[in-house]
Write a protein that binds this ligand. Sequence first.
Ligand SMILES: Nc1ncnc2c1ncn2[C@@H]1O[C@H](COP(=O)(O)OP(=O)(O)OP(=O)(O)O)[C@@H](O)[C@H]1O
Ligand SMILES: O=C(O)C1=C[C@@H](O)[C@@H](O)[C@H](O)C1
Ligand SMILES: [Mg+2]
Length: 172
Amino acid sequence: MRKIILLGYMGCGKSTIAKKLSKDSGIAFIDLDEYIEKKANLSINTIFEKHGEIYFRKLEHQLFVELLHSPEEIIIGLGGGTPCYANNHTLLIGEGVVSIYLKASIDTLYDRLSSNKSKRPLIANKSDVEMKEFIAMHLFERSFYYNQANYKVVVDNKTIDQVVLDVMCVLA
Ligand SMILES: Nc1ncnc2c1ncn2[C@@H]1O[C@H](COP(=O)(O)OP(=O)(O)OP(=O)(O)O)[C@@H](O)[C@H]1O
Ligand SMILES: O=C(O)C1=C[C@@H](O)[C@@H](O)[C@H](O)C1
Ligand SMILES: [Mg+2]
């Protein structure tokens, strides 16, 4: 059954949009970060601290593939880095998969992340100035992978409902 994949940089709204989309469409939603935390019985922060990022990326790949192979139709909200490691970007296209890149500008991401960084290990210890530079550089590096998605929805200056509607149009 079809897998609807939402992807994009930390803070672009993957979890928020997927939750509302799931409610409106009746299709079940699984957030890959939450799935990893449940399977490992550890928070993402603790996985990074205890085992390191390489361990996290291997687990992330393994569990992403597991979800792709599940028999049900599901919406999968990826982690911000998922498409950029372990050749996961090649899994964004193909039969039975619809992938949508939620594209946000540096300013939108900065505004959303600056007040909410403690649960995001890659930015948790950065000052505001460092964070803006980091987002700009990181987004540039990652764009190649995000752009492999089947579709792109720009999220800047749109309400949650507007973004969900745009995503539904793509799926229609
Ligand atoms: N369209 C929107 N308008 C305003 N705020 C939004 C919108 N979409 C998401 N947000 C807010 O932005 C923040 C980040 O959203 P969310 O946690 O869904 O992002 P994410 O892409 O899942 O991030 P991560 O990759 O870190 O899990 C949240 O506080 C959320 O409420
Ligand atoms: O952008 C990233 O690399 C990450 C984003 C989060 O969703 C988590 O998957 C983790 O914090 C790493
Ligand atoms: Mg999320």
